[in-house]
Every structure is written in C-alpha cells, then in structure tokens.
Design a protein around this ligand. Structure first.
Ligand code: LLP
Length: 384
C-alpha cells in the first residue's frame, strides 16, 4: 500500500494516467538553485523531457531557461512564459521553418550541429534582416557510459561538428555576416550516473576553447548540455540526483575566461522522479515460469522499457498481500510491451492500481497513438 500517492482519489479516475508530484518537482528545483544557479550557472530545462505547461511554469518560476529542439518547442516555451533570451535551440535537423521561428523570436542561441546548418542559418538570418547568435555544437568523442541509443558524444554519433572539421569553420566564419558566434555547445548523452564522463568532457571543452581563442574567436559562453541520470531502482531513496558534486565538477574542471557564462541543459534530472504512470491491472494470467500482470498502460504510454530496456520500479498501490513473481506487461500487440520481467510484488488482482515510477522525463512526451490508443491525461498533486 502506498502513502506517497493519493490512492483513494486515484480510484475515481480513468486509468491509465500520468501523475505529477509538484512538491517533489519544487524540491528538485530548490537543489538546482542551491548548487547550480547559486554559482551563476544558467540551467536550461530540456523541454523535450516534459512539455506540460503546469510543469514548465514551475520551472520558469525557479529561474531556469529552456532548451528546445523543435519550432513547436520554442512556441511552447514562449507560451509558458519563457523569454526569448532564455531559449537555446538545438537539433541536428532544423527545418527552414523552425529556423525562421527561432529568428522571429530572437532567441538566445542556435546550437548548430553542422557547418552547413550555420551557412543556411546565415542565409535565413540575412533574409530576415537579423543577426543570429550561434553556438557550435561539437562532438567531443567522450564515452558517456549509458545505453547506446542515448549516447550522443561519440564520433560515430550524428550529433555536433567533429573538431577535425573546425579549420573549415574558422575559415568560413568571417564571411558569414548574419551570424554571431557566441559559444560552444556539447551534450554527451543521457542517464549518466557516473560523473567521470563529465570530467572527460571538461578536458575536451578546455582544449577546444583554446583552439577557438587561438583562431581569434572569443566565446561568451560554454554550454555543456545535460545528461545527469536519476535512480530508476530506488526513486524513494533518491528522489533527485545529487546535484552538488555534479555542478562542483564543472566549477573545478572548466577553464573559464573572464566573464564567461556556463550553461547547462538538464531534462531528466529535473522532472524524472516527479512523474508516475498510474495504471490498473486488467487481468492476471497464469504463466509457466511466472504469472503475467496485464496492465491497461503499455508501451504507447511509456516506451522507455521497450526502447532502451529501461527498468522502472513498479509500486502496487492497492495491495499488501504476500509477494508473488510477475511479468508486468501492457496490452499492446508486441512482446516488447513489457515493463518488468520476473519481479516480486504484492499479489495483485483485477482492478488493483500500480504506479510505474520515475516516468516524469521522456514518458508522456514519447507516448504514441499506436493501436489507436487515446492520449492519456495528466493530473497534478495540487489539483487532486
Ligand atoms: N541537451 C541536448 C542537446 C539533448 O539532446 C538532451 C537530451 C538534453 C540536453 C537533455 O538531456 P537529459 O538531461 O535529459 O539527459 N528518450 C531518452 C533520452 C533522450 C535524450 C535526448 N537528448 C530516454 O528516455 O532515456
């Protein structure tokens, strides 16, 4: 049985749905303020992790900026009250229309991922009679020690400009009159629990920054991206990651120039733990090795287990019967629609409620209409 969730209220709601604990979100943001913003760092929330307005508004009020990867995310950020000077726009494949959206709003930074993109941006900015601020995303070839699908900083990955190609950029930049190079940008991957890769990143940033300076391109900011991971195993014991050593590591290892600003783009570490997917047990089916608890939520609501073999804790909210072993599965016509295999949890029956934890980041935003499934609702702790 759970005392973390308003279970009685949940019983009257149509399942599945997302539930967000806004107090936990606030506590997490307080940690970011205490250990990051207090050092003068700028933290942009990676809106791709969760784009719900009530969440964005709390994040904005805490003083964070925003990191977008599409034109629609820029519009959502503006709708949530973020100002253009708080918006960084990344993405390996920005369309002309999306670039124009960023130009229209005069955003803080286009994080450009290829040399061709910078020249296209220059052209579109010239047409619009503007000068766009550019941060070049570089691929530092740093191993992030995470799932291969969410590793982004290796040479073989599609992201960023390879430092080998910098001479071409240095040669081209003076001729691009409608872009203003302001910074360099990195993002090595996501769900990084061991801090060593961030230290490796700092070393690369320092070397690359020297090269820009030697070529006569001083930078006003360095953006080191996001990637800090959360505990999917023990969400109650670790309700937010330890931000202190994370921010300290950058303070200790980045060689900054006078007045240079450091930017971060954190997504999962901010919203991951505050969201849960609440679902009902539809059927309990006897199997050969374990029984199956068949839920009314599936990979259409939370694709992370199917896509990254992610293991989310499953809390049974309405039973404290003796433990039994289950495969916890969804209703979708794919074997990958499995949340957990062979886990022990209190014996469940048809109608019992479960919470699939740590689903606040890359959960609801990645839901799909496969099998013509309806988009599920979100509820917030301040309204129920
Ligand atoms: N900045 C850039 C340029 C990014 O690509 C990302 C995430 C972030 C920041 C935020 O990273 P975070 O702090 O959230 O790790 N859907 C996957 C994660 C994909 C991450 C994509 N990029 C998952 O569910 O694990």
């Amino acid at each position: 049985m759970s005392d973390t969730f308003p279970v009685e209220k949940f019983r009257s709601l149509k399942t599945p749905f997302y539930y967000y604990d806004l107090n936990l979100l606030q506590d997490t943001l307080d940690q970011v303020k205490k250990h990051g913003l207090s050092k003068g760092y700028h933290v942009h929330f990676a809106v791709k992790a969760n784009f719900n307005l009530p969440i964005l508004e709390i994040i904005r009020e805490a003083g964070l900026g925003i990191d977008c990867v599409s034109g629609k995310e820029i519009e959502r950020a503006i709708e949530a009250g973020f100002t253009p000077d708080q918006i960084a726009f990344a993405g390996v494949g920005k369309t002309d229309e999306e670039i124009r959206t960023g130009l229209y709003h005069n955003i803080f930074s286009f994080n450009c991922e290829s040399i061709q993109e910078i020249s296209v941006l220059n052209e579109l900015a010239r047409e619009a009679g503007k000068v766009a601020n550019v941060s070049v995303r570089l691929n530092p070839n740093v191993k992030a020690k995470t799932h291969k699908y969410i590793t982004t900083g290796l040479s073989e990955n599609k992201f960023g400009v390879n430092p080998e190609h910098l001479p071409k950029l240095f040669k081209m930049l003076p001729n691009l009159k409608s872009v203003n190079l302001t910074g360099i940008h990195f993002h090595i991957g996501s769900q990084i629990r061991d801090l060593q890769p961030f230290k490796d990143l700092c070393e690369k940033v320092n070397l690359i920054q020297d090269r820009f300076e030697e070529e006569g391109f001083p930078l006003t900011h360095v953006n080191v991206g996001g990637g800090l991971g959360i505990s999917y195993e023990k969400p109650d014991e670790e309700p937010y990651p330890d931000f202190e050593p994370f921010f300290n590591l950058f303070e200790d290892n980045l060689k900054l120039r006078d007045g240079q600003q450091v930017h971060f783009e954190l997504g999962r570490s901010i919203v991951g733990q505050c969201g849960s997917l609440i679902s009902k047990v539809l059927f309990v089916k006897e199997g050969i090795t374990t029984d199956f608890a068949v839920l009314d939520a599936g990979m259409t609501e939370l694709i992370r287990p199917a896509l990254y073999q992610a293991s989310h804790s499953v809390d049974v909210l309405t039973s404290d019967k003796p433990l039994q072993t289950y495969d916890v599965v969804g209703p979708i016509c794919e074997t990958s629609d499995t949340f957990r295999k062979g886990i022990k949890m209190p014996k469940v029956e048809r109608g019992d409620l479960v919470a699939i934890r740590s689903a606040g980041a890359y959960g609801e935003v990645m839901s799909s209409g496969f099998n013509l499934r309806e988009k599920v609702k979100a509820y917030y702790s301040d309204e129920i």
